[in-house]
Unconditional design. Structure first.
Length: 302
């Protein structure tokens, strides 16, 4: 059999389930997932193998109308991911249907994604609706855009995901594999570890706060005794936020740290000592270095 390989970009509105699908395809949690919108900030690649095909999934930040600098960088990363891919999969939430946001994405797909590029539709979260509604939604969306194929899936429960993966494998171009056989992600471990901590913080905190914080891995030491020491900084934009992140008597940061440590240790397969420091940095949302740590492009004047 001939080898196949290529990039499959997952795009859609915030919260559509792109990261959940990527993790399921890869079989490991390489991209963080929360119930909140705008969880993914950068392009994250995860590798899946199906028969003789190596499918490199590109998770992207959700597409929406950007206003702030970070929003613009995220949306630019998402469209950049789609432009570079061999196949684009648009995820639409079954229970929300054809929203204005979905229409806006379809319009941009027409303008920005080269003619002849394969674009598939995946209606996700089918566990939340009745089957009849799905057929009508699929027909409606196929009227709006000439999708190469339509799938109905539940990324969370796994329905329909095997069909999608098989179709992607046979549709990718022939060519040698792009990554070593045992590699599942191309994000540096220090970034995955920072993302895991950001996920736990996002789950714990409320309202706008998660948006205004970022996590960076400062130091990483694999020790002789088989454990790893990781130091991370949580940057917050305002003085008042520091106290919220720390919590009463440091309880919030302590429980976040425990949850993150357990997950990082499981991923690495070795004991982890995690040290979190919270720093107030009022201007971080306008600092180029913070963006490069996240894998985003920072453009002056944005
Ligand atoms: N019921 C149901 N929920 C799902 C399914 N797939 C994902 N979710 C949930 O939807 C929420 C968002 O999932 P994510 O994977 O973070 O979505 P995303 O598209 O990556 O979101 P952003 O990174 O913010 O753009 C999470 O609470 C998931 O558990 C599904 O098939 N069914
Ligand atoms: Mg995501």
């Amino acid at each position: 059999m001939t080898q196949r390989a290529g990039f499959v970009a997952l795009i859609g509105e915030p919260n559509a389930g792109k990261s959940t699908l990527l993790n399921r395809m890869v079989g490991a949690k390489v991209s963080i997932v929360t119930h909140k919108v705008q969880t993914t900030r950068a392009r994250i690649r995860g590798v899946a193998i199906e028969g003789e095909a190596q499918i490199v999934f590109v998770d992207t930040p959700g597409l929406f109308r950007p206003r702030r600098r970070l929003d613009r960088a995220m949306v630019a990363a998402a469209w950049g991911g789609a432009a570079d891919a061999d196949i684009v999969v648009l995820l639409v939430e079954a229970h929300r249907g054809r929203t204005a946001g979905v229409d806006a994405i379809i319009e941009t797909l027409r303008e920005r994604v080269a003619e002849g590029r394969t674009v598939a539709l995946a209606i996700n979260k089918i566990d939340r609706v009745k089957a009849e509604a799905l057929l009508a939604l699929s027909a409606d969306l196929n009227d709006a855009y000439p999708f190469a194929r339509s799938f109905m899936i539940s990324a969370e429960r796994g329905h329909g995901v095997d069909d999608l993966r098989e179709w992607l494998a046979e549709t990718l171009p022939e060519g040698p594999w792009l990554y070593p056989e045992d590699q599942i992600a191309d994000l540096p471990m220090r970034m995955i570890a920072a993302e895991m901590t950001r996920e736990k913080l996002t789950l714990r905190l409320h309202q706008e706060l998660p948006y205004e914080l970022t996590v960076e891995t400062e130091a990483w030491e694999d020790r002789k005794d088989g454990s790893t020491r990781i130091d991370q900084i949580v940057y917050v934009a305002r003085d008042g936020h520091k106290g919220i992140v720390l919590g009463h008597k440091g309880e919030t940061i302590k429980s976040v740290s425990q949850a993150a440590r357990a997950e990082i240790a499981e991923f690495l397969g070795r004991p982890v000592h995690l040290f979190l420091t919270v720093k107030v940095r009022p201007g971080w949302l306008d600092e180029a270095e913070r963006y490069s740590e996240m894998g985003l492009d920072f453009r002056d004047g944005d």
